[in-house]
Design a protein. Sequence first.
Length: 435
Amino acid sequence: MTIPHFTLAASEADARTRDAADPLRDFRDEFLIPPATDPTLGEDHQLYFTGNSLGLQPRGVREALLTELDDWARLGVEAHFHGRHPWMPYHEEVRGHLAEITGALPSEVVAMNSLTTNLHLMMVSFYRPTTERHAIVIEAGSFPSDRYAVESQIRFHGFDPATALIEVEGDPDTGLIGFERIERALHEHGSRTALVLWPGVQYRTGEAFDLKHIARLAHAHGAAVGFDLAHAAGNLQLALHDADADFAAWCSYKYLNAGPGAIAGCFVHERHARAPLPRFAGWWGHDQSSRFQMGPTFAPTPGADGWQLSNPPIMALAPLRASLDVFHRAGMGRLREKSIELTAYLEALIRVRLQGVIDIVTPPERERRGCQLSLRVIGGRTRGRALFEHLNARGIIGDWREPDVIRVAPTPLYNRFVDAWKLVDAIVGWRDAAH
Ligand SMILES: *Cc1c(COP(=O)(O)O)cnc(C)c1O
């Protein structure tokens, strides 16, 4: 285990000292944090712990959007070429930073569509079932959209999810899966598995996985492997190219802060850049040099770009561009370093001050989690809901997962150590008020 060890001086003053020493502390000012509504919080703003659900608005987003509205007004169609950020190559403006965040080559990533759409498009190319090999392996308790997508793909190919959908069960108590359970599942079902679709971070438990390990395992069994990075992009330091994933997809409204329903991302490994894979095609995926000859025959442009369907929604790309710029300046490496420390700090406070009140579901090892901690409220659902609502009413925002879990995600871009302190202190206060 590699819990960062530090002497925990459990005091607000200590939390403030940690904030003062944080080299990334000024990034918080680049975000619009909703105002606090309860004066007892002693803060102007909410303590916002739901960056894993909807990241906060970077201040740069408004200007990025206004720029495009103005250029549309000023230039009309000409803004495709003569705007301040020309629309024709606009998605190129996010490519470099997306590659940085995901540890990919620039040609391996593209911003397009939404997450579930991208999962489907990727499965069209990478889920190629045969009579002998048509199963898909996912984690039990996966995000519903992923399960629906996978089930519908299986049915679409004429197979039965009852046998072709393999869900790897986690520990019955915690839901944690660990590598061995995946290994065992593939040992048992590997020869009939066509695709392993695995999360970077499991949304409910916060468990993170070693993608390289999983990709190697899946490939050794002859299966393709794709990753859903909804809870990993902008949270973990990823190395998708080296991990050797066949594909990956993620949304950009969680840790990536690109706004509700933001345009999503997709990764296709370089080795597939020119592979003649079956795919659903659209004109924006056509070879860029001849796209505007408007010929009848589809020839995909090499790399991830070849999976694009439509010309991209500029108003959806603008917030992503502004948000990725913040990540670029902060640096994913530095963000992850702070994140490890901040989450370990929160964990330590919970262990010291909330014994008997909260169990932490998320693994303690830094390699096995991102910033999120899933907190199980001891005493069951009613007690859990009461605590959740108590916090919420005070402007301490986490989110609720049935039956008894509150997820909190201190994010390194805009959460402070004092946020973690105040969260724990509020729960201590709630417990002491004889609950
Ligand atoms: C958030 C999330 C989704 C949401 O899918 P959309 O297509 O963006 O609505 C899907 N899968 C996982 C694992 C998620 O965490």
